[in-house]
Design a protein around this ligand. Structure first.
Ligand SMILES: Cc1cc2nc3c(=O)[nH]c(=O)nc-3n(C[C@H](O)[C@H](O)[C@H](O)COP(=O)(O)O)c2cc1C
Length: 201
């Protein structure tokens, strides 16, 4: 199977990256998965300009931005499972992960429903990554779990909008320092087990 892991933290080797590695370890304990890890902050992915060209409303045209995203989307279609990881940045997912979800909009294929006068009255959508498995990973600095409530909900909504099946949620708190999660056995185990579920076991 093929896995794509998106690291939405600007800190390489830190908390989100460490937890993602553990998920991958869990997955590879059950399958010889081919892993592609993408550091969003080190990849040429321009900010979505909100032109809506890729949406059904504008005819589902090609994205005008020329960067790594075209290749990433092609890989996503051929991939079986995903990890989306983010630090809590001001109660939200990181800017880079938010932008990834914006730039993934071309994967959504929407049929617009119009009434007799041509007015849009609804829409039905499917995605090109429908039913693939996903794990979400979040690390925050504070010990108060409610800090990431909004972030976890937003991640869930996006995973659902893309038709993905969430098989695991890895959440770790109290990680203000770089790579602090490395000492947290319980959180690392949670990540490993999520990886096992990604393998379908
Ligand atoms: C700009 C910024 C905003 C942050 N906002 C929050 C916050 O609102 N709540 C929180 O608990 N932690 C917050 N943090 C702390 C990070 O979520 C925490 O350090 C996390 O473990 C970072 O993961 P990383 O080491 O993989 O980057 C913030 C960190 C940064 C850099």
């Amino acid at each position: 199977m093929k896995l794509m892991a998106f690291v939405g933290s600007p800190r390489r080797g830190s908390n989100v990256d460490t937890l993602i590695d553990k998920v991958i370890e869990g997955l590879q304990s059950k399958s010889d998965a081919q892993v592609e890890k993408i550091y969003l902050y080190d990849t040429n992915i321009k900010n979505c300009i909100g032109c809506l060209a890729c949406t059904a409303l504008k005819g589902g045209r090609e994205c005008p931005l020329k960067d790594a995203m075209d290749s990433i989307l092609k890989h996503m279609i051929k991939t079986d499972a995903f990890i989306f990881g983010s630090p809590n940045h001001v109660h939200s997912m990181s800017a880079a992960l938010t932008n990834l979800f914006c730039r993934m909009q071309p994967l959504i294929k929407m049929d617009v429903i119009r009434n007799d006068s041509g007015k849009i009255i609804g829409a039905e959508s499917k995605t090109l990554i429908q039913n693939k498995r996903a794990v979400v990973v979040v690390s925050q600095g504070d010990f108060n779990l409610s800090q990431s409530a909004l972030l976890l909900r937003t991640l869930d909504s996006n995973v659902r909008d893309f038709g993905l099946k969430k098989v695991g949620e890895v959440f770790s708190a109290g990680n203000l320092e770089k790579a602090q999660v490395k000492d947290k056995e319980a959180d690392l185990l949670l990540a490993f087990e999520a990886g096992v579920r990604l393998a379908g076991a």
